[in-house]
Design a protein. Structure first.
Lengths: 140, 140
DNA sequence: CTAGACTCTGTAGCAAACTAGAGGGTTTAG
DNA sequence: CTAAACCCTCTAGTTTGCTACAGAGTCTAG
């Protein structure tokens, strides 16, 4: 019987900070693959760690696991032409660009609001109440 | 009996593109308020439209409705000192700043990957398969 | 060799943010 | 005046991304 090698699921979990259950969930979505040992255990290559980190990173930036799967996993679904993948990548990049723009604008809004509000409340008194809702005429 | 005036829930829904059910849900979370007519209908001021747009905007940028509630709704919960609100706002701004940084880095990663991959596939043939997973050694 | 740690496959449950539908009243256009 | 279009409340279901068992096998340190 072939000796199973590689990282066990708990190792990957420790190295990535992602729960064992989550890793199995990723696999069920086809985002992560592993070899099975004779004992039925999953064994991972070291690259799996990077892949999990990639997933977490994309996720932290608002991509759904389905999105991540689009990017990572396309070629498993069959003979997909490269043009498709290219435009998909381009889409995600464009999406990020748009979001970055919006975030900067929104941040500017919040800053403006913070400063405007600081002016009208130069020295907040203890027990002072903040009329917040009325002061949020931020345009979209 | 006072004549009810203002926008009905369907009007707000139309003007914001947000479903009627979602608006009622926002109200249940205390993110949106309305007057009730003698008929029991909700009536909204025109500012409600802006508020809903604000909610959608914040939400699109990754804030939870609870976060939005923190920002919008604090003063309804009682006598909350201004310092709290200030630091809350400052937190959100800082959060945005961090996310913007991460997004730009991630975008750069994706672009680099796109270009690197374009090099190795200068003229994709029809039917060409994309070995995507192997090619994602993006570092975190 | 055995206790404890680790793994497996289920199934179930949770939180967020809604959507859908039942059952029933209200408004409004023609 | 009436039918269609709205609105109400309340309950239940959906999706996403997990976590938490239960019940059972595997591995490992002493």
């Amino acid at each position: 019987m072939a000796v199973a090698t590689g990282l066990k699921i708990g190792d990957v979990a420790k190295q990535t900070g992602v729960a064992v259950g989550a890793l199995r969930y990723y696999e069920s979505l086809g985002l992560l693959s592993s070899e099975r040992g004779d004992n039925g255990y999953r064994y991972y290559s070291p690259e799996a760690v990077h892949q999990v980190q990639f997933i977490k990173k994309a996720q932290a930036l608002g991509f759904s696991l389905e999105d991540v799967g689009d990017v990572l996993n396309v070629h498993q679904r069959g003979d997909v032409p490269c043009g498709f993948v290219r435009s998909l990548l381009q889409d995600k990049i464009q999406q990020l660009e748009t979001q970055i723009q919006q975030m900067m604008a929104f941040k500017a809004d919040l800053e403006q609001y913070r400063d405007r509000w600081a002016e009208s409340h130069p020295r907040p008194q203890p027990g002072d109440i903040c009329p917040l809702i009325e002061a949020v005429p931020l345009t979209v």
